[in-house]
Design a protein around this ligand. Structure first.
Ligand SMILES: NC(=O)c1ccc[n+]([C@@H]2O[C@H](COP(=O)([O-])OP(=O)(O)OC[C@H]3O[C@@H](n4cnc5c(N)ncnc54)[C@H](OP(=O)(O)O)[C@@H]3O)[C@@H](O)[C@H]2O)c1
Length: 341
């Protein structure tokens, strides 16, 4: 089996999780990670024998602190078959010049938008579109969560339109900025939010309206969806479709699942790296059907949900492994669940 050499540029919320996931794949080798600031995350990565690369301009600071670096960001790119760019939104597009110059494939994250992106991929839907591309994007956490949930119903029954109301976390737990604090912010005040348009980069002709409110929490987004199916089907059929859907986990209230804090307690008991929840967590008892309309509520762990997608897109761009085989490997290696808890 050929081993794919992966470099991760940006070792923050997403990059550190993607690097960890790459280390768990049988067909991938993590060449190293690139970051700017010499901090405890870098020290712990070095203790795990992860090679760390830094911009040339900051090399001296790392050396002063006795943190052993393996080279520059350009060295990492040169040694990799493919680069996952997980730098803050907007930086990835600037970094494209480096990837292009080295002739390397690149995967960008949800914060990047622009003409340079050849395709936006959610593997369940359009894995094959990443083939032969040099620059591919994995969409944001909210978009990925919406697409996963809508996709099964669209594929099996057909979807006429979707209204989605997003209750967004305002910052990640490690963020030093962000807000609001003790307030909720309409985001935007004048709808729609950008999420619907982003969903259409994958589910192209979907009629979807989205809007959002930002809330002063750091763990998880909650989505409330109203989905108009092409035909009315019984609630049990909707449950069966969602229960069969990859990376969607239905949780019953009878097991104590009511709050996002329950979801995070669940993640601790699952004993995953970084307490990751890779699945859409759909509250089973929230599913309500009425004359072809489906209502449901789901929680999205913004820090983790795009991790399996990044892993699959690496395979889609670098190998001829098919979508199902790739997703099976990823899901097994990351311990991803589906069905009803
Ligand atoms: N956080 C989420 O909830 C979430 C969810 C889905 C998608 N995304 C998307 O994922 C991307 C990354 O977001 P994030 O939240 O992971 O960001 P983050 O936590 O701020 O991490 C960004 C990382 O990039 C590093 N960096 C910055 N400039 C760099 C450069 N020029 N070269 C190498 N490394 C550089 C930073 O280094 P230092 O730490 O060393 O300074 C940091 O490690 C964004 O596009 C975002 O929209 C985020």
């Amino acid at each position: 089996m050929p081993i794919i050499k992966v470099g991760v540029v940006g070792f923050g919320t997403i990059g550190s999780r993607v690097a960890d996931a790459v280390l768990r794949q049988p067909d991938m080798k993590l060449v190293g990670v690139a970051k700017v600031t010499p901090d405890y995350k870098a020290k712990l990565a070095l203790e795990r024998e992860i090679n760390v690369f830094v911009p040339e301009s900051s090399m001296d600071r790392w050396e002063e602190l006795g943190l052993k670096i393996s080279g520059t960001v350009e060295d990492l790119i040169d040694s990799s078959d493919i680069v996952i760019d997980a730098t803050p939104g907007g930086v990835g597009l600037k970094n494209l010049e480096l990837y292009k110059k080295a002739g390397r494939k690149a995967i960008l994250q949800g914060g990047e938008r622009g003409e340079a992106v050849e395709a936006t991929i959610v593997p369940q839907v359009n894995y094959h579109e990443a083939r032969g591309k040099m620059v591919v994007r994995v969409p944001s956490c909210n978009t990925t969560g919406l697409v996963r949930c809508i996709w099964g119903l669209r594929r099996e029954v057909g979807v006429e339109r979707v209204f989605a109301f997003l209750v967004r976390r305002s910052a990640d737990p490690a963020d030093k900025k962000g807000g609001p604090l003790d307030s909720m912010e309409l985001n935007p005040v004048r709808p729609p939010s950008h999420h619907g348009e982003d969903v259409r980069t994958v589910l192209r002709d979907l009629s979807i309206f989205t809007t959002a409110v930002k809330t002063p929490v750091t763990h998880a987004h909650v989505h409330m969806l109203l989905i108009k199916l092409s035909k009315a089907i019984p609630r049990r059929d909707v449950v069966d479709i969602l229960a069969e859907e990859r990376r969607v986990l239905l949780v019953p209230e009878s097991l104590g699942m009511r709050r996002t804090s329950d979801v995070f307690e669940l993640s601790r008991h699952l004993k995953r790296p970084f307490n990751n929840i890779y699945e859409n967590i759909v509250w089973l008892d929230s599913i309500h059907c009425d004359e072809g309309w489906v209502y449901l509520a789901q929680a999205i762990h913004q820090e983790a949900i795009v991790v399996p997608e990044n892993v699959d897109v690496i395979r889609a761009m670098c190998t001829d492994v098919d979508a199902e085989s790739s997703m099976n490997t990823t899901d097994i290696r990351l311990g991803i669940r589906k069905g009803i808890l």
